[in-house]
Design a protein around this ligand. Structure first.
Ligand SMILES: Nc1ncnc2c1ncn2[C@@H]1O[C@H](COP(=O)(O)OP(=O)(O)OP(=O)(O)O)[C@@H](O)[C@H]1O
Ligand SMILES: C[C@@](O)(CCO)CC(=O)[O-]
Ligand SMILES: [Mg+2]
Length: 333
């Protein structure tokens, strides 16, 4: 039997990084997906085919008679650790020891702040669980995805695997989530083209937090309050235009606070300011930062903002919120 499952990327609208310190955050699944096909193998081996991962630095040297591969295979194995841990956890949960092959294709840029690690973990868990006949709820799958991120990254709030498993628009705090009323968000995502590993950025913020708690604690507190304000706005009976304008203002404040944490870069700031100048109501980093992506809220100005992002050297993506999280696409004999 073969199973094909998919899971979506996400944007964190408010509260990245502070969510790791137990503060709330708001995120939405978006319509870019990672697809994982899983099938049993009877030789007991785990085989992973990752079609979108580029490991830099394949080096060979050769003389007339010999060829040497100098590539760091340790690095290649490390890149697949989200998938490996996801498979191991499901096998453990099912109490089974069997060979599995998974094949991955993805539409999500890697290390770009759009939750590619969570999507690959959730789609793998979903596909392998179905393959083994293990009945898991989306919440249970989200919890296993959180475990995978904790094992690989050392620290994770769990928001990315939760939104990837559940889908839609959510408010998240310390492992619990609530669905927010669905709203059309006219957003444009801007990709800097470079990546920032979440593990390293979270560790960098932790160092700054421990070095200067007297400065960092109030910043994290302010981020938490800002997220609560954003939730009140999203759920309020307000005129749509007024709502989006106020949310934009909160995005700009959130971006400034993230800059104070040290996770912005020159390129991210350039894309943020280009979007604001082109008429976005607000623009900020999304995800871990250090490269990766920003997003802008731009009702009626999405194409102007996309052009401004391109001129500033980024790649714009006009995306929609995905109501669906983990999806089993097909089960084949
Ligand atoms: N298609 C894929 N196939 C296999 N592994 C993947 C794939 N996509 C992502 N990964 C794993 O996830 C890692 C990137 O995760 P990381 O958390 O650093 O960034 P992100 O999830 O894209 O952004 P963020 O966590 O800020 O939202 C990759 O190095 C790789 O280990
Ligand atoms: C940076 C961070 O807050 C979001 C990454 O998308 C990390 C996490 O919540 O686990
Ligand atoms: Mg990640």
């Amino acid at each position: 039997m073969r199973v094909l499952a998919s899971a979506p990327a996400k944007v964190i609208l408010f509260g990245e990084h502070s969510v790791v310190y137990g503060k709330p955050a708001i995120a939405a699944a978006i319509d870019l997906r990672t697809f994982v096909e899983a099938e049993l193998r009877d030789d007991g081996r785990i085989r992973i085919e990752a079609h979108d991962i580029k490991v830099p630095g394949l080096t060979v040297s050769f003389s007339e008679s010999e060829i040497y591969f100098e590539t760091d295979y340790g690095k290649a194995a490390e890149v697949l650790s989200y998938v490996r841990e996801a498979i191991n956890l499901v096998l453990e949960e099912a109490g089974k020891k069997t060979g599995v092959k998974v094949s991955i294709t993805s539409q999500i840029p890697v290390g770009a702040g759009l939750g590619s690690s969570a999507a690959v973990a959730i789609a793998t868990i979903g596909a392998v669980a179905k393959l083994l006949g293990l009945e898991l709820t989306r919440e249970e799958i989200a919890k296993l995805g959180h475990k995978v991120e904790l094992l690989v990254q050392g620290a994770s709030s769990g928001i990315d695997p939760t939104v990837s498993a559940i889908g839609g628009f959510i408010y998240y705090e310390k492992g619990r989530f609530e669905n927010l009323p669905f709203m059309e968000l006219p957003i444009v995502v801007g990709y800097t083209g470079s990546s920032g590993p979440t593990k390293e950025l979270v560790a960098m913020v932790r160092r700054r937090y421990e070095d200067m708690p007297e400065l960092m604690v109030p910043i994290i507190e302010a981020m938490g309050k800002l997220v609560e304000k954003a939730r009140d706005l999203i759920t309020a009976e307000l005129d749509e235009e007024e709502k989006l304008r106020k949310l934009g203002e909160l995005m700009n404040i959130n971006h400034g606070l993230l800059d104070a944490l040290g996770v912005s870069t020159k390129k991210l700031s350039e894309l943020v300011y280009a979007a604001r100048t082109a008429g976005a109501l607000g623009a900020k980093i999304t995800g871990a930062g250090g490269g990766g992506c920003m997003y802008a809220l731009a009702p009626g100005k999405q194409s102007e903002v996309a052009t401004a992002i391109t001129i500033a050297g980024g790649t714009p993506m006009v995306t929609q919120i995905s109501r669906e999280g983990l999806r089993v696409e097909a089960t084949m004999p």
